[in-house]
Design a protein around this ligand. Sequence first.
Ligand SMILES: Cc1cc2nc3c(=O)[nH]c(=O)nc-3n(C[C@H](O)[C@H](O)[C@H](O)COP(=O)(O)O)c2cc1C
Length: 171
Amino acid sequence: MSITPTDVEHEVRSVDIVVSKANEAGDVTYANPIFFKLAGYTQGELLDRPHSIIRHPDMPKIIFKFLWDNLKEGKDVQAFVKNLSKDGGYYWVFAHVRVAKNPDGSFRNYVSTRKAMKSSAREVIEPLYTQLLEAEKSGGMEASLKELESFLESNGASLATFNETMKKLNS
Ligand SMILES: Cc1cc2nc3c(=O)[nH]c(=O)nc-3n(C[C@H](O)[C@H](O)[C@H](O)COP(=O)(O)O)c2cc1C
């Protein structure tokens, strides 16, 4: 299904906590009502389907690469994500994605809890993601990674402190 993105923004309220869970492949195994509402899909349309259904073309690939590289190592990721709704609209969130384990230590699922993005964070992240996308188009993932690293460096951070840097932007 191809969706044409529009400029219509769907509001994520400061009280909203948008939750979903995924299996090892990233398929949606659970989502809460506000997730379905923002994304504009029914349970039947979304469950057991990949999370990338709501991937917005404005999102740079490097952010998802960073997400998956860390999740595969058992590490949490906190990142800003622009999502695409079924109606073509969008919504920004600040996501915290974790790996949940069973009592015996084996993999249980991935859990993402998302909050509203502060407008001050958006002023920084929107131009950064535009820059990352441009770098990706001209020089691929390598160029995009360099751009991300130089952004972090200019904020006194690095890939190792990505989460803290993002959290600070939304605080
Ligand atoms: C728990 C969990 C939640 C995710 N939530 C989102 C999301 O809200 N939006 C999104 O675009 N990708 C999300 N992803 C990442 C997707 O799996 C995927 O990597 C991303 O959409 C990029 O898709 P692509 O690699 O097919 O381009 C999530 C992954 C996990 C494990």
